[in-house]
Design a protein around this ligand. Structure first.
Ligand SMILES: [Zn+2]
Length: 298
């Protein structure tokens, strides 16, 4: 019997082992210390999905599109002004369609010293795409970001952190330095494919450190924001405090159309103030943190 016709408990060991080993965490890339003797690195990221959350579903809800536009008109500018006020550099992951809708936004992000990384074409889900389509979209997304922002992206965050069995090979073949969509560690690590090192570094994310999980809302389904902003702040702060104690990495994902509101933006600003109250905290883009971790892994 072919493994595809079996139930998982009937699989030969080699079958489930091959599934697990296809994309796997390899060696940890954790420097003994960060630049300037810092004990903790802070990787803030903002996924500028804007209208593509609606478009990728094939939807055209004018209400939801207006919420996406808020991300451009209010969310990103408010976030950029907080980052500038505290002189903190961060990474923005941007679908190609958003870059084409808002080229000036991307140019401003780059001009203010931040990084722009790949975030799909139209925030599509990689795992439902044929492999050749996924490859074509990822390559065209990189070209589009480079054309608009003037800088070739070196990293990718897959939309919705959805990772197909082909994503890592595409990322490696494109010569990208890092991915930031997987969750196997708290530190950077090397990505392995079928037992072989790929050279691609993972800067790991987690749903725990993502604003969308706590603030998601869908008027026509049961989804409502279920965690008060003070509690979200508390969770993020505890994640940082432990990273600082351990001497590691604190990574955070926020969305301009989710966090960019008057009652929520204080979370970002208060966190930055809290982190800046500690000695030896290095704020940097995902690209800079990955490059340092790779070069100085203990
Ligand atoms: Zn996204």
């Amino acid at each position: 019997m072919n493994a595809d016709d079996m139930q998982p408990w009937q699989w030969p060991d080699a079958h489930w082992r091959a599934i697990v080993d296809h994309v796997r965490a390899g060696r940890t890339l954790r420097p003994a210390q960060w630049p300037g003797g810092a004990r903790c690195a802070v990787a803030l990221s903002f996924d500028s999905d804007h209208e593509t959350n609606e478009l990728r579903e094939g939807g055209g809800s004018i209400g939801k599109l207006s919420q996406g536009q808020y991300g451009n008109r209010q969310g990103v500018p408010r976030i950029l002004s907080i980052l500038a006020r505290h002189d903190v550099k961060a990474s923005f992951f941007v679908p190609a369609v958003v870059a084409m809708l808002y080229p000036d936004e991307q140019r401003r992000v780059v001009a203010e010293g931040h990084e722009i990384g790949i975030h799909g074409w139209i925030h599509e889900r990689n795992s439902v795409l044929p492999p050749d389509v996924e490859r074509d979209l990822q390559m065209r997304a990189a070209d589009t970001l480079e054309r608009i922002a003037g800088v070739r992206p070196v990293g990718i965050r897959t939309p919705s952190w959805d990772f197909s069995p082909h994503t890592l090979a595409i990322t490696r073949d494109m010569g990208l330095v890092y991915d930031s969509s997987l969750m196997a560690d708290v530190d950077c690590y090397e990505l392995m494919m079928d037992g072989e090192a790929t050279g691609v570094v993972e800067l790991p994310v987690e749903w725990i450190r993502d604003d969308a999980v706590y603030f998601g809302m869908n008027r026509f389904a049961g989804l409502r924001p279920y965690t008060p902003p003070t509690d979200v702040h508390d969770i993020f702060r505890r994640e940082f405090d432990a990273a600082y104690r351990e001497g590691g990495l604190f990574q955070l994902t926020m969305h301009p159309h989710i966090t960019g509101y008057r009652s929520r933006l204080w979370i970002l600003e208060s966190l930055i103030e809290h982190m800046k109250g500690h000695d030896g905290v290095w704020f940097a883009t995902h690209a800079d943190i990955v490059a340092y971790a790779k070069a100085h892994a203990a």
